[in-house]
Write a protein that binds this ligand. Structure first.
Ligand code: ADP
Length: 358
């Protein structure tokens, strides 16, 4: 296993540039997730690390060595794809040992490594089955087993859970995270699903249009998003945004509401700013802003109250069961310490919202 350094990495298809100079440092044993909307360049970046895609500019180092011109086989990397086609006429054990047989590894060695991987993945009793006799989750584990037997320097995962149903995805998330802890391996994992990223990663790289928007731990990104893009992408339901102008008493929106955004942001009066508040930081408060209930949605464990305050429509997430109905007039409040403030023109963060940042 090894560390991975990506420096000023660029990719163009013909004269269409899709990765515009990306820098990412991944420590030995770290689980890093690249997340971003479809088309932002995640898979292209991963495929460049794997050696499946040529590099237009910049450098990739694995364990200190530049691998730009090294063939995929020699990079000592294992990749698990979204479409993890297993060989249908091979058993689980044969599927897992296939790459080693191609390398002409000794038979006893192959058996030993397959058996180790099977015990790590809980596949011991399925080794003689064929893929058609396995559930979706078991097949995904066999696909991971094929990677583990090779004991690579770095594991690459490209949306490995996106073909599984919602319930299985949740349990596989936990399995992959536990697997990382057992193996202590360096993992680079690509997904468009921010919840997958938040729940599994040591470090998240948020990408957008071929660039890195922010790199940090899941909670750093949640507490201190660097800009409007990251603020809106991380967190579910998404952060509420209200545009306005700074005044002496707070932020004034286009319907005249003055929002108390706290003090430490240093935004000058007259500046166009965007206030961000997470749904879970809004609360029902009779002393709060005068709001009209637009919709109420309950999942049993929590309730989303969607309200209109002036022209702003906000999602408010509460754990308590609330006797509120559509059309009710209620008060909505929030602690200004949780207010995020952004420069509307550049999108950059202006104020530390969390208590951590204060
Ligand atoms: P993501 O994985 O984030 O969905 P991709 O890395 O697949 O994004 O794609 C990034 C951009 O590169 C997209 O605009 C896509 O259309 C483009 N792209 C990907 N592969 C090719 C290719 N072989 N030829 C031309 N453009 C490509």
């Amino acid at each position: 296993m090894a560390n991975l350094k990506i420096a000023n990495l660029r990719k163009a298809y013909g004269n269409h540039s899709v990765i515009h100079g990306v820098d990412i440092d991944i420590a030995h044993g770290e689980f890093v997730i690249l997340v971003g909307p479809s088309g932002c360049g995640k898979s292209t970046l991963l495929r460049m690390v794997a050696g499946l895609e040529s590099i237009t500019g910049g450098e990739i180092r694995i364990g200190g060595n530049v691998v730009n011109d090294i063939s995929p086989k020699e990079r000592d990397i294992a990749m698990v794809f979204q479409n993890y086609a297993l060989y249908p006429n091979m058993t689980v054990a044969q599927n897992m040992g296939f790459a080693l047989r191609l390398q002409k590894a000794p038979k006893a060695d192959i058996e030993q490594r397959v058996s180790n991987a099977a015990s790590i993945l809980g596949l011991e009793r399925l080794l003689d089955r064929y893929p058609r006799q396995l559930s979706g989750g078991q097949r995904q584990r066999v696909a991971m087993g094929r990677a583990i037997v090779r004991d690579p320097k770095v594991f690459l995962f490209d949306e490995p859970l996106s073909n599984l149903d919602a319930k299985l995805r949740v349990s596989m998330r936990a399995e992959i995270k536990a697997l990382h802890q057992r193996l202590g391996s360096t993992i680079v994992y690509v997904t468009h699903d921010q919840i997958e990223a938040m729940t599994m990663a040591d470090k998240i790289v948020v990408m957008h249009d071929g660039m890195v928007e922010q790199i940090g731990t899941p909670l750093e990104l949640y507490d201190n998003p660097a800009n409007l893009f990251v603020a809106g992408f991380i967190g579910s339901p998404a952060m509420n945004f209200i545009e306005g102008t700074m005044s002496a008493t707070g932020m004034k929106d286009d319907s005249g509401t003055i929002w108390n955004v706290g003090k430490s942001h240093g935004a000058v009066a007259g500046k166009a700013v965007t206030l961000g508040i997470r749904p879970e930081h809004l609360r029902v408060d009779p002393q709060g802003y005068k709001a009209k209930v637009y919709v109420v949605e309950s999942t049993g464990s929590e309730t989303q109250i969607i309200v209109d305050i002036g022209n702003a429509r906000l999602v408010c997430l509460v754990r308590d069961r609330m006797a509120v109905r559509i059309g009710d007039e209620i008060g909505i409040g929030f602690d200004p310490a949780f207010a995020h403030l952004f420069d509307t023109a550049s999108g950059d963060r202006l104020v530390g919202a969390s208590r951590l940042a204060a």
